[in-house]
Structure formats: C-alpha cells, structure tokens
Design a protein around this ligand. Structure first.
Ligand SMILES: N[C@@H](CCC(=O)N[C@@H](CS)C(=O)NCC(=O)O)C(=O)O
Length: 208
C-alpha cells in the first residue's frame, strides 16, 4: 500500500529522552516512514487535556497509528513495531528473553540511570535533588554490572543479532555518563555500544 501523509505513523516525544529515542532508533532501522512530534515535558506539554487523551499517564513516548489508536510505554511500542521483523524473534524462548531484558531495563536500569541523568542534564543538578542523584548511583552501577557480565558471554542481549532488547538498553546506557556513571570499567558494555553505533542504519541521539 502506498502510504500517504495521513497514513503515516506519528510519534510524540523528545529525542533527548532515551525512552523516546529508542523508538526513533527502531523506526530508522526498519525504515518506517513517520512524523515526529516534539513534546516539551518541562513546559507541561504532557499535562494538557489533548495529551492526556492520548496517554492518561501523561508520559512520552506515545505512538499514534494512522487510525487514531494510541500506544504508550516505550517497550510496548518497540514490541508492536518490531513484530514480524528480525528485531523481535519468533521463537517463544527468545521473545521471553527480549521481554526479560526490557522489564529489567524499566525496573532495574532506567529508574536509576535515566533519573540521575534527568536530574543532572534536564534540571542542572539543583541542590535540593543532589541527594536523590547520589542515591541513584549504586543502583545504576549494579545494572551496568549485570549487563557487562552478560555481554562478556554474548554479543547482543538475545541471540547473535540486534533486537529490541538491545535498543531498549542502549537508549540510556550510551548516555549514562550524563548521569554520572563512568562506563570505563564496563568493557563488555563499551564493546556492545560500539557495535550498535556502527550499524549502517544507526541514528545517533541528537546532541543537546
Ligand atoms: N515507562 C515509561 C516511562 C516514560 C517516561 O518516564 N517518560 C518521561 C520522559 S523520559 C516523561 O514523559 N516524563 C514527563 C512526566 O512524567 O511528566 C516508558 O517506558 O515509556
């Protein structure tokens, strides 16, 4: 089917947010035509009635399908878009492993690394949030160690090619330094970041 402008998917998000950027990364790998609608969370744009009608949880990213259905939660969006492609294996065990790493990302990685980065990069590390920033460091380092141990044995997180488990984890890991996390001790993580960045369809997170 020829996709006209009104048939294109739309993503509401901020490309400096790892949760949003991971969607952009997959869309570029799959060469899916889409429109990106920038949303400024610091300006309250996720709290407007229009936005809350798309995602009552008031968070980006949101995927809008051409028939006006909306999907929130970054890893749910990745699963939807990757279905039927090599980025989400058909094998039952491999798919469950992809989910295992994506749940790990949302519960044991993102709440530490993304939040420390948000406090430092978006908020400028204000004094009243410094204790919270410091408290995020141990959990973030623990997640990086879990990843590094896995990547010492495995080229990618699931199987021997890139999947949406890698994309979910790459999003905040490659900018973990912005949250105060030194990647130097994690050789496996650095090797894996390099492999992802060398992919011919890779799109970098914009500098900002
Ligand atoms: N679990 C959600 C987290 C989304 C999330 O935390 N989004 C942040 C930006 S990275 C946001 O919209 N924050 C605005 C707010 O909470 O008001 C996902 O994976 O999509």
């Amino acid at each position: 089917m020829h996709l006209t402008e009104e048939h294109r998917m739309r993503v509401y998000g901020d490309l400096l947010s790892g949760n949003c950027y991971k969607i952009k990364l997959l869309l570029e790998h799959l060469a899916i035509a889409h429109d990106w609608v920038p949303v400024d969370i610091l300006a309250g744009e996720t709290r407007t009635p229009t936005f809350l009608a798309m995602n009552p949880n008031g968070k980006i990213p949101v995927l809008e399908l051409p028939d006006q259905r909306w999907l929130a939660e970054s890893n749910a969006i990745l699963n939807y878009l990757a279905d039927g492609t090599p980025y989400l294996p058909a094998d039952r065990w491999a798919r469950a492993q992809v989910l295992q790493w994506q749940f790990f990302e949302q519960y044991s990685h993102e709440p530490y690394i993304a939040v420390a980065r948000f406090i430092a990069k978006y908020l400028g590390l204000p004094g009243e949030r410094r204790a919270e920033y410091e408290a995020k460091q141990a959990g973030g380092l623990r997640a990086l160690k879990v990843m590094d141990d896995h990547l010492a044995r495995s080229r990618f997180f699931v199987g021997d090619s890139m999947t949406i488990a890698d994309m979910a984890l790459f999003a905040y890991t490659h900018v973990a330094g912005e949250g105060g996390f030194d990647l130097a001790p994690f050789a496996g993580v650095r090797r894996w970041i390099g492999e992802i960045e060398q992919h011919p369809r890779h799109v970098p997170m914009p500098a900002g």
